[in-house]
Design a protein around this ligand. Structure first.
Ligand SMILES: [Zn+2]
Length: 1006
């Protein structure tokens, strides 16, 4: 007999939570209904029958005041309240005062020149997740946040509002304005970092303008100087005419769209190679350059010693050219002509040849061998201007050529370049004039525009040039081998980043550390007025460091020279008259400033951190400068591990920039924008969830869609937690918990899964794979908890007697699961985790989740043996549910037929009797009755439908594999619907079923 669906008045609660194969969201949706109705009325059933309502009053529905879905003001105030009440600001010092092993994350200092942005959020939150995990694991976390405070970018921003007036400022005026600017930026950033929930002692940060820091920096400088790693030299460096200073590689941005005017130029051979036989007329070496303005500084033409070179005749002009054999065809095509090859020789045969300079009469250029020449671009012969190229400089040092520079600090040709060029800017007018001069001398064969990657000043966004000047350098070539050797011992996550680090060390043979600015730490050197000889030794050093410790580096500009270089110091240094000296005017590169942070911040951890954790742009920046200074000064690594994350882009995959107006502001993410529909207030936890998910090496997208998805995940998690809290209101773990071996099998199975989850999630944290933490967490709450466990235990939770061990058994699981889930998410969502802990029932004094340790999953929970029983039953249930799509499973009785086998034995563990409405097997089936048989009953009607299925049992790690088949018969429930539990287990629709009668005995009487 089948009960008509229309027989029920509206969907009852019980029917709703027993719907077949519920999805996670809808099952929580149903739960929402039940809690909402509980708060509005004591009778949740919409049934019109008063008699039935009275039974419903005895159903044990969840109770909790844990809010469901706080938003807007409520959400923000809640987070701030939690930060205050759960001691966010005291957590760092609390954990520092414990006993335990130190764990040190060294904070790479953000630059103190602007507002907090999502790049900061990603970086600081990833560090904080690491730190909070370590605190919960019992480590004493060492984390001192810092700021990078010196340098040109701050100087420029600080002076921007003063316009022309800045030219009248003294160095001290500039320094004061820059410092004020940096301080304000630091305050804004600090406030944001605190709001994001980043754990630290925010009153004890480090600042690169702090006088103790500056003094440490000078000590490292001197240590490296004493070891011979720091030297002064005149050589080509990247030079920014727009900011009149030298720049390091890390201060450049490469513009892939830069257009240069490239030229093909003849260099007439005045002394041809002896191996060439010239038929008639003069021959010309043919060169190509993208920087015509460097031709006046030409000192040589370089060739590849092992390559082939050809003497060709141009069929248009009859002129003879010398060029790389591999380039003959392509160059002829570019010049719009054809070449007849007259003779081919090997590069080294060109030795001893000399050409004359194309524009400077009487100047000669030798043909010289060089390793950097290739045939890939150009003519195979390379114009060499030692003042304007790093490789050119290498050739010049080897062959003792002049490195004289004809370009001044503003990028203008000097007087020495000749009256035609003097005072012309090399990148436009100067370039044009050189091209005109080549043309006038009949040395220009062709001009072609090329689009190529070209270095720009990272701050002014204007092109830089390479220009030789007198600078201070670190001899990175001498540090490189040791650095590479030690770096290989560092664990780099991801491993692929290691190769970039190693390759960058190879490429970098020296590091220019002097800058011609004043907002920074002075290079502590005096120069003799006449000889320009630098004066720097242990006497000048000790005196200056003492002054800096007392006054900060301002003293370099405020104290008179005879106090910086006292008579006593000068005497010990072998000098006599202070008036013979001047102090240096250069400051140190800010990458040196931040690179030595290990010497100041890591003093109490032996100058080494467990982890440096930064964006991938630091592979060539702070990771390198820290490594190089540490290896040079202390012969050891500054870090044991490097964790590298990606950088942030907006949702369209574009770089965010103020000028484009596509910046995603973390303050708007947290607090919402002017239009709450467009920019809702997400709060700090959603921002943190996004950061955790985004812990990847590649680009990280952020925008409304990503944030929306993050918020949905956090809501799902919140509702799962709320379900567990709501069903624990009458549960005291001290007195009510059931030992795991006495639990129902499905409950033991859940503990087994919980143990497995705990192990995996802990491992993922240890591997810094927070995205994996989130995937594991969401899979566990959606699949194992919401979809599976919660849907089957609701009958037990709500309808059994409150003290029934079966109910206590699943409450014990919920209690453990709540604890495990809360702890496992706490490093990512500290606000939500603390909120859960504030709402735990049966706790006298709420404790901070961060002060009570990590997950305490017990290995006793691990019971692989029961997995097959539950999974076997679940497979059978899935067969059953898929045969009644959209129907309520309690409207059916199920008969399961399994011939004697391992599967049958497992099912018999779940149901001892032949037919049951209360067995564990029936609970898993979510039916009203389950019958377990070993053979098909003989008296079945002939039209009976069987559902057939197979299940593979895998025991003892694969040693026992057995495939068993099963048959299911699904029939409409034969009994009447119980008015209390809504299962079809009652003899009359007016009387509760026997189970329910027992549960309400003494509490309610008909
Ligand atoms: Zn009942």
């Amino acid at each position: 007999m089948m009960l008509a669906l229309g027989g029920r008045c509206g969907p009852s609660l019980a029917a709703k939570w027993r719907a077949a194969a519920p999805a996670a969201s809808s099952s929580l949706g149903r739960y929402r209904l039940s809690v909402a109705s509980q708060s509005s009325t004591s009778s949740p059933s919409p049934s019109p029958s008063q008699g039935k309502n009275k039974f419903r009053e005895t159903v044990l529905l969840p109770r909790t005041d844990f809010p469901m879905r706080p938003s807007g003001r409520e959400l923000l105030e809640k987070e701030l309240q939690i930060q205050r009440e759960c001691g966010f600001s005291e957590l760092y010092s609390w954990q520092r005062n414990r006993k335990g092993k130190d764990f040190c994350v060294h904070d790479g200092p953000p630059y103190a020149n602007g507002n907090p942005h999502v790049g900061h959020a990603l970086n600081k939150i990833l560090k904080d997740i690491t730190n909070r995990f370590q605190v919960m694991r019992g480590s004493r976390v060492h984390f001192v946040p810092g700021w990078d405070c010196h340098g040109l970018p701050i100087e420029l921003r600080a002076l921007a509002e003063f316009g022309e007036e800045t030219k009248t400022f003294s160095p001290m005026e500039i320094r004061q304005k820059a410092k004020e600017f940096a301080k304000k930026a630091i305050e804004r950033q600090r406030a944001a970092f605190i709001r994001w929930g980043v754990m630290a002692d925010w009153d004890k940060c480090y600042y690169t303008y702090d006088k103790q820091y500056e003094a440490k920096q000078l000590r490292v400088f001197h240590k490296m100087f004493d070891k011979g790693y720091i030297y002064q030299d005149y050589k080509p460096v990247f030079w920014s005419p727009s900011t009149r200073t030298a720049l390091a590689e890390a201060e450049l941005e490469y513009n892939q769209q830069h257009i240069s005017r490239s030229v093909y130029v003849k260099f007439p051979l005045v002394k041809p190679p002896s191996t060439l036989t010239l038929p008639t007329g003069d021959a010309n070496a043919l060169i190509w350059t993208t920087q015509p303005w460097t031709i006046p500084a030409n000192q040589a033409v370089c060739y590849m010693p092992n390559a082939q070179y050809s003497l060709v005749k141009c069929l248009n002009t009859e002129e003879l050219y010398l060029l790389g054999t591999d380039c003959v065809e392509s160059i002829a095509a570019i010049l719009g002509t054809q070449f007849e090859v007259l003779q081919t020789v090997t590069g080294r045969d060109l030795e001893g040849a000399v050409c004359c300079h194309p524009t400077i009469p009487g100047r000669e250029s030798q043909l010289l061998p060089a390793n950097h020449v290739t045939m890939v671009k150009g003519t195979g012969l390379v114009h060499t201007a030692p003042a304007h190229g790093m490789e050119d400089y290498g050739v010049a040092s080897h062959h003792k050529l002049s490195v004289d520079c004809l370009v001044d600090e503003d990028g203008l040709f000097t007087e020495a370049a000749g009256f035609e060029l003097q005072n012309k800017y090399v990148l436009n007018e100067g370039n044009e004039t050189v091209i005109q001069m080549l043309h006038g001398a009949n040395m220009l064969l062709k001009e072609v525009e090329v689009k190529h990657s070209y270095p720009y000043d990272w701050r002014t966004k204007k092109p830089v040039i390479i220009r030789s000047s007198k600078q201070w350098f670190i001899d990175t070539a001498s540090i490189k081998d040791r650095a590479q050797e030690l770096l290989k011992k560092v664990q780099v996550i991801p491993q692929s980043a290691m190769n970039s680090m190693l390759a960058m060390l190879d490429r970098r043979t020296y590091w220019c550390i002097s800058r011609q600015r004043c907002w920074g730490v002075p290079i502590p050197v005096f120069y003799h007025k006449e000889t320009a000889e630098p004066l720097i030794n242990k006497y000048t050093r000790e005196h200056l460091i003492k002054l800096v410790e007392e006054h900060g580096t301002d003293c370099w500009w405020t104290l008179p020279l005879d106090q910086l270089l006292t008579k006593e110091v000068l005497k010990k240094s072998g000098g006599s008259d202070v008036s013979n000296y001047v102090k240096g005017e250069d400051v140190l590169d800010i990458w040196f400033d931040s690179g030595i942070s290990w010497s100041h911040v890591l003093e109490d951890t032996n100058n080494i951190a467990d982890v440096y954790m930064e964006g991938k742009d630091q592979l060539g920046g702070w990771f390198q400068s820290s490594l190089l200074t540490s290896i040079a000064a202390q012969k050891q690594l500054p870090y044991r591990k490097l964790v590298v994350h990606g950088f942030t882009l907006n949702e369209a995959g574009e770089k965010m920039s103020k000028s484009v107006g596509n910046v995603v502001d973390p303050d708007v993410i947290i607090n919402g924008g002017q239009d709450p529909n467009q920019n809702p207030a997400y709060g700090a936890d959603v921002l943190r969830w996004w950061a955790a998910e985004s812990n990847v090496f590649t680009e990280v997208l952020i925008g409304q869609n990503v944030l929306h998805a993050a918020r949905d995940d956090v809501f799902k998690l919140r509702n799962t937690l709320r379900f567990m809290l709501g069903n624990l209101y009458d549960f005291d773990p001290e007195t009510d918990a059931i030992p795991s071996e006495q639990m129902l099998i499905v409950d033991q199975y859940m503990l087994h899964l919980l143990q497995d989850y705990s192990t995996k999630v802990t491992e993922a944290y240890k591997e810094y794979d927070f995205g994996k933490v989130i995937r594991l967490l969401m899979a566990f709450i959606n699949r194992e908890l919401s979809n599976f466990y919660f849907s089957i235990i609701k009958d037990r939770l709500y309808c059994e007697d409150e003290k029934n061990p079966k109910r206590r058994s699943c409450q014990t699981v919920l209690d453990e699961a709540l604890d495990v889930i809360s702890r496992s998410m706490a490093p990512i969502l500290p606000h939500l985790a603390e909120e859960v802990f504030q709402h735990l029932p049966n706790i006298k004094e709420p404790m901070s989740v961060f002060r009570t340790g990590w997950i305490k999953a017990s290995s006793v929970w691990k019971k692989p043996g029961i997995v097959e029983a539950i999974e076997g039953a679940s497979a059978i249930r899935d067969s059953f549910l898929s045969s009644i799509p959209g129907k309520n499973s309690t409207e059916y009785d199920v008969t399961i037929i399994i011939e004697p086998s391992l599967l049958l034995e497992l099912m018999e563990q779940l149901q001892g009797e032949q037919i049951s409405s209360s067995s564990q097997l029936n609970e898993l089936m979510m039916a009203s009755h389950t019958t377990l048989l070993t053979s098909v009953p003989r008296d079945l009607p002939i039209d009976t439908n069987f559902i057939e299925g197979k299940f593979v049992i895998n025991l003892e790690g694969g040693d026992i594999i057995e495939e068993s088949s099963y048959k299911i018969i699904v029939q409409s429930a034969t009994k009447e619907k119980c008015p209390r539990c809504k299962k079809y287990t009652s003899s009359s629709a007016l009387t509760p079923c026997p189970r329910c009668l027992e549960a309400i005995a003494g509490k309610w009487s008909t």
